[in-house]
Design a protein around this ligand. Structure first.
Ligand SMILES: *[C@@H]1O[C@H](CO)[C@@H](O)[C@H](O)[C@H]1NC(C)=O
Ligand SMILES: *[C@@H]1O[C@H](CO)[C@@H](O)[C@H](O)[C@H]1NC(C)=O
Ligand SMILES: *[C@H]1O[C@H](CO)[C@@H](O)[C@H](O)[C@H]1NC(C)=O
Length: 551
């Protein structure tokens, strides 16, 4: 059992246990569900269980998950966790609230009368809606992908739920019919779980929180409501949308499950995974930022009660709203598509390493890339470039270069990409960040953390406790009105113990390397063209490729 440092004090101080359901997509494993139970007095992890779930890839660029498997794996996690708690003589009737963290954007539609999902969940990084997105953008004045940004904070992209939902209504007859006959319910994974766990077809609660809603493209981040104009734009009937709630309140009473005897869960709560990490990292103040290193990287910077519209390709998103009457807090967000994924690529596609630990060893053995730069633009470049035609390159190779240098360059690439987003954030907000808080699977790589500090020229701070996202969700659940086993007042929170990586190279060297990286990025651009290549007889030589991700 992992012991966490004491970081929060319970208001009532009785050590209630606050579990949450967590979705993890680390770079080492497939996605999995966890059920974790914390002691709300000591923030100690009491017990947990995890179950891996499958993703299917029916066509190139398509990514799906089975909603029933998601639900089953959550049930299994809960059951096993409760068994473990009972083995340790912990009274599970102390469980007062459940939180959930999951991916945003992933889109589900189910039938409220039968309780059955009508199609697989379409996962956030699925690219099937590319042509829909292109069509929508072509229809906007000036072919402007930022046409809806003033309301949503988002560019029109395959990333967000609205286009996925549109695709389901157009292409899946069961979904179409259910929508026509008023039986359809739409939701992200959290909505699906809450609905099922609060009774499903017999009175389940259909809701989501503001952070998930803000990533559908149907939600107005200023009014904090579903927007009738946006719904009309995408042709989506508002009756299928979940009710939008704050990130920390009681959503409903959990039904007693067959699988868990003697276990009465009372409340539900949700918080977006990235936002949960922000809460778990105690980034409550305007200007604080954190980076989560997983398959990709997600940087969030708290901008307080004010939504800041980005001029540098970042997303404006709702970070959290901790209570029904509490103000919403906004964030600027930037994503690096390929971070941990580059480690997997070196392992699975090139076979030059056997594990991610080996990568760190190899890279550490040389301590330099020896002038080698690796731009992993496997699916184009994201923020701040938005160059869908870019492709990955490894450049600066010499006779001397070996796999250790390439390994080092791969780690550096994660750091350079983070710096690019941070620079964009600094420009948008006008105030440079003075330290970066980090979490996620890759932060166990100490070399990476040191490199990150060197390349950013600011300290990188890593909490000693790894499960910050989970703890954030549990804290929001525990702080909900009517539960109140945790206080989220900054004065009540003691300092998180953390490890700090200070920059160790001089800023000139850092700038020099960053400038070289930028040069490498330039070389990666304009590689893949969407123009089909035609031979002398007008025959197609290659199939047109549309690996285009708009932001
Ligand atoms: C989905 O529906 C759209 C609009 O009707 C159509 O253009 C597209 O070809 C369909 N895609 C698939 C995979 O069926
Ligand atoms: C790569 O080259 C460096 C410098 O010559 C050397 O120290 C290192 O062991 C080499 N690594 C591999 C895997 O050959
Ligand atoms: C919304 O999406 C995020 C994914 O980032 C998830 O963690 C959260 O639990 C979802 N739902 C709610 C109600 O918060």
């Amino acid at each position: 059992m992992t012991r966490f440092n004491k970081i929060v004090q319970a208001e009532s101080g009785f050590g209630f246990i606050v579990p949450f359901i967590e979705y993890v997509d680390d770079h080492k494993l497939g996605p999995e569900w966890l059920f974790l139970v914390f002691n709300s007095k000591t923030a100690e992890l009491l017990s947990h269980h995890q179950v891996e779930i499958k993703q299917s890839f029916p066509k190139e660029g398509w990514v799906e998950e089975d909603p029933k498997e998601i639900l089953q794996s959550v049930y299994e996690c809960m059951e096993r966790t409760c068994e473990k708690l009972m083995q340790h003589n912990i009274d599970i009737s102390n469980i007062k609230a459940i939180g959930v963290t999951n991916q945003r954007e992933t889109t589900l539609v189910w039938d409220k009368e039968t309780g059955e999902p009508l199609y697989n969940a379409i996962v956030w990084l699925d690219l099937r809606t590319q042509s829909t997105v292109e069509r929508l953008i072509n229809k906007t004045p000036g072919r402007n992908k930022n046409h809806l940004r003033h309301k949503t904070g988002l560019p029109i992209s395959t990333y967000f739920s609205a286009v996925k939902l549109r695709w389901l209504m157009d292409n899946v007859s069961e979904v179409h019919e259910a929508v026509m006959s008023h039986r359809a319910m739409f939701g992200t994974v959290d909505s699906w779980l809450i609905w099922c766990l609060t009774g499903g077809k017999s009175g389940g609660v259909h809701c989501t929180d503001v952070t998930n809603a803000s990533r559908t493209m149907l939600f107005n981040i200023h009014t904090m409501n579903w927007d009738p104009e946006l719904c009309k734009y995408f042709g989506i009937p508002m009756e299928i949308l979940p009710r939008v709630r704050s990130s920390s309140e009681i959503y409903g009473l959990m039904v007693k499950l067959d699988v868990i005897s003697n276990c009465y869960f009372e409340w539900n709560q949700c918080l977006g995974d990235q936002s949960a990490a922000l809460v778990g990292q105690m980034c409550f103040k305007d200007g604080q930022a954190k980076n989560t290193y997983g398959t990709g990287c997600f940087l969030l910077r708290n901008t307080g009660s004010k939504p800041v519209m980005s001029d540098h390709g970042l997303l404006t998103t709702v970070a959290y709203k901790l209570g029904r009457d509490k103000p919403a807090c906004y964030a600027l967000e930037g994503s690096v598509a390929i971070a941990g994924a580059v480690v997997r690529w070196l392992q699975d596609n090139l076979g030059i390493i056997g594990s991610s630990e080996e990568l760190e060893k190899l890279a550490a053995s040389v301590g330099t890339s020896y002038g080698c730069y690796f731009v992993p633009a496997f699916s184009g470049l994201y923020a701040p470039y938005w160059e869908p035609s870019a492709r990955g390159i490894i450049c600066g190779l010499t006779q001397f270069t070996n796999k250790s240098h390439v390994a080092f360059a791969a780690l550096e690439a994660v750091c350079f990409q983070t710096r690019e987003i941070l620079d964009a954030m600094n420009q948008d907000s006008g105030i440079p960040l003075n330290q970066l808080q980090v979490d996620g699977g890759m932060t166990s790589n100490r070399l990476l953390m040191q490199l990150q500090a060197d390349i950013l020229c600011i300290p990188v701070v890593k909490p000693s406790m790894p499960e910050t996202t989970a703890l954030g969700a549990a804290m929001a659940a525990g702080a909900a009105e009517g539960v109140s086993v945790w206080s989220l007042n900054p004065e009540d929170l003691s300092e998180v113990t953390s490890e700090k990586f200070e920059p160790q190279i001089n800023p000139e060297e850092s700038e020099f390397r960053y400038a070289r990286w930028k040069k490498a990025v330039e070389k990666s651009k304009n590689w893949e063209t969407t123009q089909p290549l035609v031979n002398g007889n007008g025959e197609l030589l290659n199939k047109p490729q549309h690996v285009v991700i708009y932001f």
